[in-house]
Design a protein around this ligand. Structure first.
Ligand code: NAD
Length: 250
């Protein structure tokens, strides 16, 4: 099996070194090596019998708000015990290197910001924020009620995590910013995403149509793989640090 360093073509590094406008899209895969399971990885323990793709929906919350709240509480705890990994850190180095660098993430875990990335567009919200399920308003400060889920102090409706569930619309401003960056980038790097969840899944294809070089980093084949300009198979935590060193060293 090729060592991670041998998987990165020399001409790809040359393109990355001479580009100025770079967009990165990350998915759950970049946080897998931090111990945060992707939705398509088997879960362990208490939650093994539940399918995350079924729990992360408005319908699931309507049917059983306590179940969904408890699942998010478990995920929040898991994430709060996690640390950024070398893949997250390498993206900080790339942000510092490029004049125009935009990091679009589908992750809700905040690990990019914890690593030190400052230009992060969170397309699917953040698991550490809570909002009212009726009024959509964010709740700041400590939640006082002991109910599960807690009630909105303003209207009494259930509170919910400020994440985008399957079937819900993305936050407009974030999507506009992401589309703006994708429309002008020279390089688009898709990392650790199954390229199945729309509309984020469309972004690399928009970049391709606009003439950008599209690189995919993923241990598995995705719908993007056959169309990407380059597809490097492997873990983000192995490949990104090597790539960042090669791109940023003079
Ligand atoms: P996904 O679960 O559909 O796909 C994860 C992808 O990561 C897969 O293609 C897999 O092959 C790849 N992968 C696994 N390990 C990897 C590694 N070490 N390095 C690189 N790639 C690796 O996730 P998705 O495409 O992000 O979409 C699903 C939804 O799940 C998103 O909406 C996201 O909000 C949510 N989600 C977020 C988190 C998080 O915040 N960490 C975790 C789970 C799910």
């Amino acid at each position: 099996m090729a060592a991670p360093v041998d998987k990165i073509p020399v001409e790809l590094i040359e393109i990355l070194r001479t580009s100025h406008r770079v967009v990165v899209l990350t998915g759950a895969g970049i946080s897998a090596e931090s111990g945060v399971p992707t939705f398509r990885q088997a879960q362990t323990g208490l939650w093994a019998q539940f399918d995350p793709l079924q729990l992360a929906t408005p319908g699931a919350f309507q049917n059983d708000p306590k179940l969904v709240w408890d699942w998010y509480s478990w995920r929040r705890k898991l994430i709060s015990e996690s640390q950024p990994n070398p893949g997250h850190n390498a993206l900080v180095d790339l942000e510092n290197h490029y004049p125009e660098f935009t990091l679009i993430t589908q992750n809700v875990d905040g690990l990019h910001q914890m690593a030190g990335s400052t230009q992060v567009i969170e397309l699917h919200g953040n698991i550490f924020r809570t909002k009212c399920s009726r009024e959509n308003r964010l709740i700041s400060g400590k939640i006082q009620t002991a109910e599960t889920p807690p009630f909105c102090p303003n209207c009494g409706a259930n509170l919910r995590p400020d994440v985008v569930w399957f079937g819900e619309s993305l936050p407009e401003d974030e999507l506009d910013q992401a589309l703006g960056a994708v429309s002008t980038c020279q390089v688009f790097i898709s990392i650790g995403t199954s390229t199945l969840v729309e509309p984020a899944a469309a972004l690399p294809f928009i970049a391709l149509r606009n003439g950008a070089m599209v690189l995919e980093i993923n241990p598995q084949i995705t719908p993007l793989t056959p169309q990407a300009s380059y597809s490097v198979q492997g873990n983000a935590g192995d490949l990104l640090p090597i790539l960042a060193v090669q791109v940023t060293s003079s």
